[in-house]
Ligand binder design. Structure first.
Ligand code: BDR
Ligand code: CA
Length: 312
């Protein structure tokens, strides 16, 4: 299995990603780091432990990370994810505590201690990841790559042009894209495609396995909230879990290697990932195009049916 470190702001769909990653035979979750995003960081830590308890996964180290973005103050997404940031599930409170040393230490150790290169999977604002790469640049030597839920080639959700994770901490996203580690961008273009239809999540809700039943409830919540988004098909969105599916099976997505720039200027376009689709790898000179930003593997298409089946 591929060793992974997940960075989460649990989060309805982060919870689905944790479930998939912990149960997938293709992935080995070495550590989890928490960051403010969908909810404040303490709520995120508590939601993450509640999910791990439901999964009966007591041994994965969890680190508490950044309370706020690098420059701006925090703005949560409770209007989407519920008052507890997780669809108001009222899950039992875990008695686990986050690891001493915090998120950066947990991530650094998991990466440097691994005999094989680790894939870093940010499913949240990239504050922790930017801080890690700046504080401990040596971790790059043992990273296979970064597969991040963030950004979009086209359109946004937090604003007309910006995707939530990048919009929440644009400076962090800019640092991560420019850190010299290969990045795959699992953005809204593919994120919005993978859904579980109502007939299936209803069955999951009745499953005797508490984690599977929780997944069914989270998918029902996601379906209710996101019904009005025309980009999403009929069903509960697996969201961030799709990025974890892609680490397990990279050929689920078609990628194009394009320059991506994170817009940092104040104003309506702040947080937009400007994807330079004029750029044709190796042919930029021919087209006279000066690439804007850093080269990133942008996921442009996904085999949504296969991703759904893999998730299930
Ligand atoms: C991203 O924002 C969060 O609300 C979701 O968990 C996902 O990571 C989608 O824009
Ligand atoms: Ca998330």
């Amino acid at each position: 299995p591929t060793p992974v470190v997940l960075d989460v702001d649990t989060g309805v769909d982060d919870a689905l990603a944790l479930m998939f990653a912990v149960r997938s035979p293709h992935l080995d979750v070495r550590a989890i780091s928490c960051v403010a995003g969908n909810a404040d960081v303490d709520q995120v830590v508590s939601n993450t432990f509640a999910v791990l308890d439901a999964l009966e996964a007591p041994d994965i180290p969890v680190g508490r990370g950044a309370e706020r973005p690098l420059v701006e103050s925090s703005r949560d997404a409770r209007h989407i994810h519920g008052a507890d940031g997780m669809g108001d599930q009222k899950l039992p409170t875990s008695d686990r505590l986050p690891a001493d040393g915090g998120a950066l230490d947990v991530m650094r150790r998991a990466i440097l201690d691994s005999p094989e290169p680790v894939t870093l999977v940010p499913l949240a604002p990239m504050t922790n990841i930017a801080l890690l790469l700046r504080a401990y640049p040596e971790v790059r030597e043992n990273l296979a790559g970064i597969v991040a839920m963030g950004g979009a080639a086209e359109g946004g959700n937090a604003t007309a042009v910006a995707e939530f994770n990048v919009w929440h901490d644009p400076e962090a996203a800019a640092i991560v894209l420019g850190a010299g580690v290969p990045v795959t961008m699992y953005g809204l273009d593919v994120f919005s495609r993978v859904v579980i239809e109502a007939e299936t999540y209803e069955v999951l809700r009745d499953d005797p396995d508490p984690a599977v039943a929780l997944a069914g409830r989270l998918l029902a919540h996601s379906h209710d909230i996101i019904r009005s988004d025309p980009r999403v098909g009929h069903g509960g969105l697996i969201g961030d879990a799709g990025a974890a599916c892609v680490v397990a099976q990279p050929d689920l997505v078609t990628v194009r290697r394009w320059p991506v720039h994170v817009e940092l200027a104040p104003g309506r376009c702040r947080g937009q990932t400007v994807v330079d689709r004029r750029y044709i790898l190796g042919e930029d000179a021919v087209h006279g195009v000066e690439p804007l930003g850093h080269l990133v593997d942008v996921a442009v298409e996904i085999d949504a049916e296969r991703a759904r089946d893999l998730f299930l």
